[in-house]
Ligand binder design. Structure first.
Ligand SMILES: *Cc1c(COP(=O)(O)O)cnc(C)c1O
Length: 396
């Protein structure tokens, strides 16, 4: 997955363009910038690659989620349904617009379980935020049907699955809004950065304003621009955008490489009857950023994970004990360890999340996810595959 593995001359050239004229900001300074508009160019490329009408780049994936929620007019008093298995950015973004994150169970797709989503809907629910974790996607058709019935916004977090598709559409483009992260460990990296895609002209118009203090971007005198509504600063710098342009151009090659490595590993593990694979919803195509396997139970999963480590297999994750990605360790959220006071509404809303999620525990307790790297040679992947089989066999 990590795009940093393929950082090279192409990225340097794009950055050099920016260094040559010194305009590090995306707006203004037209006379100095020698025709270079890197953020704008990245937005055009992203919209084209993701087959959406609009794209907005911002300073991080977390910022992308925040801006997307703001564009959908989500704020105080609103609830957003999110999965128990995700990155902490999901609830951070929801809280940052003043709304309440509502945790919801996952299923064998390792993403939101549609039935659990339905059960979590209240009068306050405004949006459903599936997170396409570890290279594969949520059951978007089912989630969209639920959102249509209840008039909810479908916001896809595709930060870990860029390049995957569902029903022939790039992940992120199926819902009302889709978000990507371009942080340093993501498939496409800018160093730090993020992107929002949408086909909605209204959302796109709000997005460019909101991420730049509410500026209307009319005319070419920044100081004279009006502010139709409040915003913040989530702008991406030209230096970061430049890296992203070169990285995004490499995405198709990256996906092919991920698929090749993933397939070798998966084929090696398939003969083991105790190993099963994460379910990919019908019509879905993974980005192959991770290979996700289930062991028959938690005990064997823990042992297998340990054995993988002792056999020298790095970058395999047992999320059940993970601080960043699973609700059990989100103590700061569940205990409401906020620097300033949270609103009374959020305080009581968060109380509802202080429970166990048995269906999620049952799946995550059995899951091991192995990162697919781009820099492995074919011989290294084959060696890795046989070591993985050996490690897992040793605990069965
Ligand atoms: C990385 C990530 C984010 C946040 O991205 P940043 O750019 O690091 O802020 C959000 N959601 C998921 C699922 C991620 O993996």
């Amino acid at each position: 997955m990590p795009g940093f593995e393929i950082f090279g001359a192409e990225e340097k050239k794009e950055v050099q363009d920016v260094l040559d004229n010194g305009v590090l900001m995306r707006y203004g300074f037209d006379a100095m910038r020698n025709g270079h508009h890197k953020a704008l160019e990245l937005e055009r490329d992203l919209a084209e690659r993701m087959q959406t009408k609009y794209a907005q780049v911002v300073s991080s994936g977390t910022a992308a989620l925040t801006v997307a929620l703001a564009c959908a007019e989500i704020g105080a008093g609103d609830e957003v349904i999110m999965p128990t298995f995700t990155f902490v950015a999901s609830f951070e973004a929801i809280l940052s617009v003043g709304a309440t994150p509502v945790l919801c169970d996952i299923d064998d797709t390792l993403t939101l379980a549609p039935k659990a989503v339905e059960a979590a809907i209240t009068k306050k629910t405004k949006a459903v935020m599936p997170v396409h974790m570890c290279g594969s996607m949520a059951d978007l058709k089912a989630l969209k049907a639920i959102c249509d019935t209840h008039k909810l916004v479908l916001l896809e977090d595709a930060c870990q699955a860029i390049g995957g598709t569902y029903d022939g559409k790039p992940l992120g483009s199926y819902g009302d809004l889709g978000c990507f992260s371009f942080d340093y460990v993501k498939t496409v990296t800018c160093g730090e950065g993020g992107g929002i895609i949408t086909n909605s002209e209204i959302y796109a118009d709000r997005a460019h304003k909101y991420q730049d203090h509410g500026h209307d971007h009319v005319g070419n005198d920044r100081g004279a621009e009006t502010h139709p509504f409040l915003g913040y600063n989530y702008r991406l710098s030209e230096l970061n955008a430049a890296v992203g342009i070169a990285q995004l151009r490499k995405l198709n090659d990256t996906l092919a490489q991920q698929k090749k490595h993933y397939t070798i590993l998966r084929n090696a593990l398939t003969p083991l009857p105790e190993v099963t694979f994460r379910r990919v919803p019908e019509t879905g195509v993974e980005s192959y950023a991770f290979l996700n396997i289930f062991l028959p139970n938690e005990d064997l999963a823990r042992k297998a994970h340990k054995a993988l480590g002792s056999h020298g297999i790095d970058a395999c994750f047992y999320w059940f004990d993970n601080n960043w990605h699973y609700y059990k360790k989100w103590e700061h959220l569940l205990e409401q360890k906020s620097l300033g006071a949270l609103s009374p509404e959020i305080q009581s809303g968060l109380q509802k999340n202080k429970r166990s999620f048995d269906a999620s525990d049952a799946w995550i307790g059995r899951t091991i996810s192995c990162l697919i790297k781009l820099s492995w040679t074919e011989a290294e992947v084959h060696e890795r595959a046989s070591k993985m089989v050996e490690a897992i066999r040793s605990v069965l």
